[in-house]
Design a protein around this ligand. Structure first.
Ligand code: 6PG
Length: 236
């Protein structure tokens, strides 16, 4: 598969937190605030969720929040090709921690149908996203090799408007090997993008990122820049 051309330069706002709990509280408040603003301006809030373990606590905090859930529309930045209710699916993590417990209409929760296999799921999700020009908020995590969503180093990132907006990933270096990911260009089509980065194995990835090395996370370049919520311990 050909690799993408370079993405436009990324503008990063680094927000450092001394503890994971502080980061999670601040991220939760920022999400709720962004939702309030979007709903008051446009009547709806379109959010893309991150997978992995870092956002779980934030999702649990959102579950306890008072929000206008009926106006929320939920999408996923990536998914693992596993059976629909598999506990290691990103959709299952978000459902168990949060979505099953609040009044977001089921028709507003847009899981990636990754149980159908990467190719079919990617094609289906292109249709799901077709009418959304800009997401209101995209949440992302960072892997220790610099990946974000399921965009891995050395793999297709989808940096340009002509690349597929949803990528079928085969042979991913992180389990499971079959995945589906929004492209870097599609993830950048957002009013706000927020990374949440914690865990003690990501120092090198953060260092590379801050030093301008082209890790996949650096390919996310929305017009308004990105906010990186980071644990101070990761700054070495
Ligand atoms: C996935 C992801 C992935 C994740 C990072 C960070 O499905 O695995 O979406 O990009 O966000 O690997 O994962 P942790 O939060 O578990 O460190």
């Amino acid at each position: 598969m050909p690799l993408s051309t370079s993405p436009p330069p990324q503008q990063c706002r680094w927000q450092n937190f001394n503890t994971t709990a502080e980061l999670e509280q601040a991220a939760t408040q920022a999400i709720l605030q962004t939702a309030l603003q979007a709903i008051s301006l446009r009547g709806t809030f379109h959010i893309v969720l991150a997978g992995g373990t870092t956002p779980r606590r934030v999702y649990e905090l959102l579950r306890k929040a008072d929000a206008d859930w009926a106006a929320w529309h939920v999408y996923f930045g990536d998914e693992r090709c596993l059976p629909a209710d598999h506990v290691e699916r990103n959709s299952s993590m978000a459902a168990n921690a949060w979505l099953n417990h609040v009044a977001i209409p089921l028709t507003h929760i847009h899981n990636i149908p990754a149980e159908q296999g990467a190719q079919m799921a990617a094609s289906a999700y292109v249709q799901t996203l077709a009418s959304i020009e800009l997401f209101d908020l995209v949440l992302l995590g960072l892997g220790e090799d610099g990946h974000t969503a399921s965009l891995f180093p050395g793999y297709e990132l989808g940096n340009t408007a002509t690349d597929p907006t949803v990528i079928a990933v085969e042979n991913a270096p992180k389990y499971p090997p079959q995945r589906v990911s929004l492209s870097a260009h599609r993830l950048s089509a957002a009013r706000k993008v927020m990374f949440m980065v914690s865990g003690d194995t990501k120092q090198q990835a953060v260092k590379d990122w801050r030093n301008g090395i082209a890790i996949p996370a650096a390919a996310i370049s929305p017009k308004n820049g990105i906010d990186v919520y980071l644990e101070t311990a990761l700054l070495v």
